[in-house]
Design a protein around this ligand. Structure first.
Ligand SMILES: C[S@@+](CC[C@H](N)C(=O)[O-])C[C@H]1O[C@@H](n2cnc3c(N)ncnc32)[C@H](O)[C@@H]1O
Length: 282
């Protein structure tokens, strides 16, 4: 059994039901994050990269896209703490000789020093218990002067994919649901100053944060959208914590469904989103 050491709560989270939901919805989640991936890959253009690290690579979608788009001979390594998600990543990448995956905690894994000439992440760096330690460890794995580029979520209020489902749950079951600032989770780096402080204290320089407005879109039917939002994201977390019986779960599903139907226009359901594209030099 792998020893993940620190980040035990996140290891459990991503190896149990939430990680398994990501595996189950891998295809649709990747489509929903399509606009954001395009923005990330657009910003990566021109970054010299022959040996790239994909941090918190999950089911491997960005690792595979990198492997297909980089210069011939370039290598991609995805690291992730979730075994089921990596299993899916390996399955998807079987035909690619230039991608490999490591099952480990990126905060503590002993990388070969200075191995990577670029590091990227799509939403895989906000879950560390000790972010300065994790970023210091990641920086040591990168060649001095090479570039880290990642995307993370801006504040909750700017991201309907989080706020719409959570509001639906909280209107249904009024409870004291607390969003803890800077705690490990999707919104951990939504405070720009906090994020810049972490990058600086872990030795990165030239840190830059660009806020980009976009949308999380899907052509899924409202029924599929509602079902997915009850399994992934902030609404899903509140649903899990409420431990509803089947009757109440079905009632709540009808509310999710009504929301999804209202948002659908010309066959597309859209959620407004703001992300940060973050770059820093190792
Ligand atoms: C929101 S998912 C994003 C997955 C993937 N990058 C994508 O965009 O599809 C966050 C990922 O970070 C991973 N993760 C969380 N903590 C980690 C850690 N300490 N070390 C490595 N990966 C971690 C999770 O297992 C999960 O796959």
């Amino acid at each position: 059994m792998a020893n993940y050491g620190e980040n035990e709560a996140q290891r459990k989270f991503w190896n149990e039901a939430p990680g398994q939901s990501w595996v189950k919805h891998d295809g649709v989640m990747n489509l929903r994050l399509g606009n954001i991936s395009d923005i990330l890959f657009d910003r990566l253009k021109g970054t010299p990269a022959f040996n790239v690290l994909d941090i918190g690579c999950g089911t491997g979608s960005t690792s595979i896209r990198l492997a297909k788009t980089l210069t011939q001979g370039a290598l991609v390594t995805g690291i992730d703490i979730s075994k089921p998600m990596l299993e899916k990543a390996r399955e998807k990448a079987t035909e690619l000789a230039n991608v490999s995956f490591v099952a480990a905690d990126a905060q503590t894994y002993q990388f070969e020093p200075g191995k990577f000439d670029a590091a990227i992440s799509r939403f895989g760096v906000m879950f560390f218990e000790d972010p300065p330690k994790a970023f210091e460890n990641l920086r040591s794995a990168m060649k001095p002067g090479s570039q880290l580029t990642f995307v993370c979520w801006a504040p909750y209020d700017e991201n309907e994919f989080f706020s719409v489902p959570l509001k639906t749950v909280l209107d249904f079951i009024p409870s004291q649901y607390e969003l803890i600032a800077n705690a490990p989770g999707p919104l951990a780096f939504s405070d720009k100053n906090y994020l810049l402080g972490i990058l600086q204290s872990s030795g990165f320089s030239n840190s830059h944060i660009e806020a980009v407005k976009t949308t999380v879109d899907t052509t899924d039917a409202p029924e599929e959208d509602a079902a997915l939002l009850m399994q992934i994201g902030f609404g899903a977390r509140a649903v899990r914590e409420a431990e509803l019986d089947q009757k109440r779960t079905d009632e709540l599903f009808q509310l999710f469904l009504a929301n999804s139907k209202v948002r659908q226009r010309d066959g597309i359901i859209k959620y407004a989103a703001t992300v940060y594209i973050v770059t820093a030099t190792a």
